[in-house]
Design a binder for this molecule. Structure first.
Ligand code: FES
Ligand code: FES
Length: 169
């Protein structure tokens, strides 16, 4: 089967019971996406699957033939941080940081569809991502700040740059 992850095409032969999370971490070495609950409750494994958020621990890899996946590693070109990632740092929105990759992917998905969400819209969109450290208020602050800084447009620019770099490689 073939899938595209962060603008790179991969031909892989996963087991029938292999999850997308296992494929990303164990075959492609994209370990930014985290395994925590392994049962669709926490959101640490969130990725974008054909543009929509998905729990990769609940997604069978074989069901992703032909799909396009974006992980936290693909939110900005290598060696740089997106506006959203910078806002998470500026607002101290991580403690242990284990939930943060999933939080970032879910937040970017929100901003890509709604450039200026209200705090209630942010909380609703992020309700599938749990944080055992309880940094929820700072996560909302960071997303609000990123929206005010134009994170949707910024991410689009970053992704376009990454695609250009990938094509040139
Ligand atoms: S590890 Fe997938 S939802 Fe928790
Ligand atoms: S920062 Fe520790 S789980 Fe969210």
């Amino acid at each position: 089967m073939r899938l595209t992850v962060n603008d790179r095409v991969h031909d892989v032969a996963p087991r029938d019971d292999e999850t997308l999370l296992e494929l990303l971490r164990d075959r492609l070495a994209l370990t930014g996406t985290k395994l925590t609950c392994d049962r669709g409750e926490c959101g640490a494994c969130t990725v974008l699957l054909d543009g929509a958020t998905a729990y990769s621990c609940l997604t069978l890899a074989v069901a992703c033939d032909g799909a396009t996946v974006r992980t936290v590693e693909g939110l900005a070109p290598p060696g740089s941080l997106s506006t959203l990632q910078q806002a998470f740092i500026a607002h101290d929105a991580a403690q242990c940081g284990y939930c943060t990759p999933g939080q970032l992917v879910a937040a970017q998905a929100l901003l890509d569809h709604s450039a200026h969400p209200s705090d209630d819209e942010i909380r609703a969109a992020m309700s599938g991502n749990l944080c055992r450290c309880g940094t929820y208020p700072k996560i909302v602050q960071a997303i609000r700040a990123a929206a005010e800084a134009g994170a949707g447009a910024s991410a689009d620019a970053a992704i376009t740059t990454a695609e250009g770099a990938s094509r040139g490689a």
